[in-house]
Design a protein around this ligand. Structure first.
Ligand code: HEM
Length: 168
């Protein structure tokens, strides 16, 4: 049982690390740069969303983090090896993590798919993109970035709470 818990905890921490790392890179660097790059930024986003597994990797790492976290909660007996304050802080982190998963799936995931569809329909393989189309697509991407930032804040709350709970 202990080996299973150690593996579950490892899976939880590694997938949480990947989820937060990907989100930081996209929210603070990739998406803002694509938005600033105008037409070529939209072409880049089209390639990213339609020719890589960018959309599904977030679902995979957030799903693994949350599933492993819930199983750790149910079977990890963290109540026994965390202080009362540590368990309260762990609980706050778990709520923030669950909210990040729900918001990520229901809002960020849906906005990502909507942007991907719009980019496929409105960005031609070659030739210029009309300026009104550019504006609409840039607004869609900016809205997605706004949602991603909220998920990011929830994930950082989860990371800080969970990373500190054992020392409280
Ligand atoms: C963005 C989301 C999350 C991040 C970044 C995250 C991160 C972490 C980290 C770094 C630890 C290790 C702490 C340590 O050993 O000192 C941890 C432990 C833990 N996490 Fe999460 N977590 C997230 C979401 C969740 C969720 C949604 C749940 C449950 C609903 C959860 C339940 C737990 C539990 C129970 C532990 C303690 C395991 C033990 O007994 O040692 N986590 N988490």
């Amino acid at each position: 049982m202990d080996v299973l818990l150690v593996l579950l905890r490892l899976l939880h921490i590694v997938s949480a690390f990947a989820w937060v790392g990907l989100s930081v890179a996209v929210t603070f660097y990739v998406a803002p740069a694509a938005l600033k790059a105008g037409e070529s930024g939209l072409r880049f986003l089209k390639t990213l969303l339609t020719r890589t597994n960018f959309g599904s990797i977030f679902a995979i790492v957030s799903g693994l983090t949350t599933l492993a976290g819930i199983l750790l909660y149910l079977f990890g007996n963290s109540m026994a090896h965390f202080s009362q304050t540590g368990n309260i802080v762990l609980g706050i982190g778990a709520v923030a993590g669950l909210l990040a998963t729900i918001h990520g799936g229901a809002v960020v995931g849906r906005s990502t798919r909507a942007l991907g569809t719009a980019l496929v329909q409105q960005v031609p393989e070659t030739g210029p993109i009309a300026s009104d189309v550019q504006r609409t697509l840039t607004d869609l991407a900016a809205t997605l970035l706004g949602h991603a930032r909220l998920s990011m804040v929830l994930m950082v709350i989860a990371l800080v709470c969970m990373g500190s709970a054992r020392y409280l």
